[in-house]
Write a protein that binds this ligand. Structure first.
Ligand code: F6R
Length: 380
């Protein structure tokens, strides 16, 4: 039931605030951020066996499409926060060119449907490779992250995290992406806490911000729904759109481009902003706008100068950025609240989803059932 929404996709975008509130209530409820915080209290509760954490020296993640983009952010968090070397693979590539087997590796398969053929086959192949070893590699365990407790993935792995986003009907993944991101935040906090890879105060700062996320999302989704509806007509005559991000927001640029391609059929590419001068800058002109994520943090000034380079090529630049002195650089603005860089992908994805939604609606397209796509890709 779509309720009062025009499409399932829009309903599912709006549901994200509630999904975040449920997640915070379930996993961070015990976190006491005040002065009464005790050393022994855990900031995050996840129902996962110790086996998943103990002795793990590296992580490899297998996924496709939007799930892979969530995994790239997961890898960023796991490396930068928890200090664990993490690689993300296209499941379809991993199947035919897996890296050499190493001990003490956690393999994570991420699939919202739990049915994606390539992801299941890549995981199965990894399980077979491990079984075939005469000396079983210690601590090599597998974890599944899915939205579907009834799925094939659930039967294939011994450790699972459910993202509890509720069934997603729109073909374009939105709320399950947010659910996957939250799961990675939880996993990162759990690893970081066990390993003391960063200070308690850093962890607490992230937890405090996560607790505020539902409030930010509620406000942002409503505001950007209107803003993006108004912006959509600016994309009538574009030849393509370039999405730029850096650091933890680079995968959000990839996701913005994927969403736009999927439902509006506009050619779109996502790049790490610093890579633009190595080729993609040749694409830019007044008919190829740039959507740029510029979040204060370690690469903010770099992204701003990348946007200036784009403007110098007469491209229109749309900024997903907090309001500040740099705002005047942008031709159009999708403002976001100023939160830490760490939390920012959970907010910057919202304008990406709503922009592609409204552009597709403006073009009169069937956003819930885009051409050539299926909700579960159960063939290779
Ligand atoms: C994008 C989209 C696809 C899926 C991909 C993987 O909106 O829906 O790119 O993300 O097919 O699907 P799951 O997560 O079910 O493995």
């Amino acid at each position: 039931d779509k309720g009062h929404f025009r499409h399932f996709m829009l309903k599912e975008i709006y549901e994200q605030a509630e999904i975040a509130a449920l997640w915070v209530g379930k996993h961070l409820a015990k976190a006491r951020i005040d002065s009464k915080y005790l050393q022994s209290d855990s900031l995050i509760s996840l129902s996962l066996d110790d086996e998943v954490f103990e002795g793990i020296e590296r992580i490899q993640i297998l996924a496709c499409g939007t799930s892979r983009h969530a995994s790239l952010i997961g890898a960023y968090l796991l490396e930068q926060f928890a200090g664990i070397p993490t690689s993300v693979f296209y499941a379809s590539e991993f199947r035919y060119a897996p890296p050499p087997l190493l001990s003490n590796t956690l393999t994570i398969a991420v699939t919202q449907s739990g049915e994606t053929a390539d992801t299941l086959a890549a995981l199965q192949m990894e399980q077979k490779r491990l079984e075939a070893r005469a000396d079983p590699l210690c601590n090599s365990c597998q974890l599944g992250i899915t939205n579907r407790p009834d799925s094939s993935l659930t039967r294939q792995v011994s450790h699972l995290l459910y993202i509890s986003a509720g069934i997603e009907i729109g073909v374009a993944a939105t709320k399950t992406f947010l659910g996957q991101l939250l799961t990675f935040y939880g996993l990162t906090l759990a690893f970081a806490e066990r390993r003391n890879s960063c200070s308690k105060s850093e962890l607490r700062a992230l937890v405090t911000e996560l607790q505020e996320l539902p409030y930010y999302l509620r406000k942002l989704i409503k505001e950007h729904d209107e803003l993006c509806a108004n912006l959509a007509e600016n994309f009538d005559d574009v030849r393509g759109v370039v999405f730029l991000g850096r650091g933890i927001n680079y995968p959000i640029a990839l996701e913005g481009a994927l969403k736009l391609k999927e439902i509006s059929y506009i050619q779109a590419e996502g790049y790490p902003a610093g890579e633009m001068k190595h080729g993609p800058i040749a694409l830019l002109d007044p008919e190829v706008p740039v959507v740029s994520i510029a979040v204060p943090g370690r690469v903010f000034s770099k992204v701003i100068s990348n946007c200036q380079e784009a403007k110098a090529r007469d491209a229109k630049v749309i900024g997903i950025t907090p309001i500040g002195p740099e705002t005047k650089l942008f031709d159009m603005l999708l403002p976001i609240p100023e939160v830490s860089e760490w939390l920012s992908p959970l907010l910057t994805v919202i304008p990406m989803q709503l922009l592609s939604y409204h552009i597709a609606c403006h073009r009169g397209l069937d956003v819930d059932q885009p051409r050539n796509l299926a909700k579960s890709v159960t063939v290779e």
